[in-house]
Design a protein around this ligand. Sequence first.
Ligand SMILES: NC(=O)c1ccc[n+]([C@@H]2O[C@H](COP(=O)([O-])OP(=O)(O)OC[C@H]3O[C@@H](n4cnc5c(N)ncnc54)[C@H](O)[C@@H]3O)[C@@H](O)[C@H]2O)c1
Length: 255
Amino acid sequence: MGRVAGKIALVTGAASGLGQGAAEALAREGATVEVTDINREGGEAVVNKLGGASVFMLLDTRDEEQWKSVIAAAVKRFGRLDILVNNAGVPTAELIEETSLERWRSVMAINLDGVFLGVKYGMDAMKKTGGGSIINISSVAGLIGTARTATYSASKAGVKLLSKCAALECAELKYNIRVNSVHPGIIETPMASKVFEVLGQGDPAAGKKYLVDMHPIGRMGQIEDVANGILYLASDESSFVTGAELVIDGGLTAH
Ligand SMILES: NC(=O)c1ccc[n+]([C@@H]2O[C@H](COP(=O)([O-])OP(=O)(O)OC[C@H]3O[C@@H](n4cnc5c(N)ncnc54)[C@H](O)[C@@H]3O)[C@@H](O)[C@H]2O)c1
């Protein structure tokens, strides 16, 4: 019996990296997954790997109208929504002095507005169909500050508190919806590869070493490390867990 057998899940940014890993883990454990992304080709390739009744839907998480139609289509097709993983996000690595307001707003639109819209419309669907679990992907950057990550960190800290507020609202309103945030350390995904380049100033190996050394456990995280945490929060094993921060970072923020 799968850990999320029979459940209906929607994952954003699921064409790559952590979103793909979450979609694969959820499908392996028995869920039907709505794989969503702005990258149609990548998303459809993930669906082909998953098999079963899983489907791809184009969803730019910044777009409120798309959220409404994608969630409505999921509920129409499968009857309900049990699990929502708000994963889509983009990294930044630049000084505040070099960050334009336009850039700040464009990052917030994906990393924070997109999660807000997911929570809003996810809650609306779940409350009508018996409840569910919303999992918002933040970061260690939402817990501690570092130079050159102000925009990213502010967006991810926003995700952390948005999640707690949503958890408390859902509890107060008796929606039977749990909301939690996940805080990965540096995980080896396509996003991290871009960071190796920037940190190593053109020498990706040096950038990677710097990141490995940041983790007391002596390695960077793997996609499965985060997928396992998402699976736990998605399953009924975590039925008493809401408003929590699940930190998956090899000890990076334990100091
Ligand atoms: N990789 C890490 O080390 C790490 C660490 C902590 C947190 N995170 C967070 O995990 C999440 C996934 O990161 P990843 O490393 O898998 O990145 P990734 O770049 O591998 O994948 C991100 C996916 O999001 C999609 N996407 C981008 N903008 C979108 C939009 N507007 N609407 C819908 N989809 C969009 C991309 O097409 C891509 O498929 C992000 O929120 C990121 O901030 C990553």
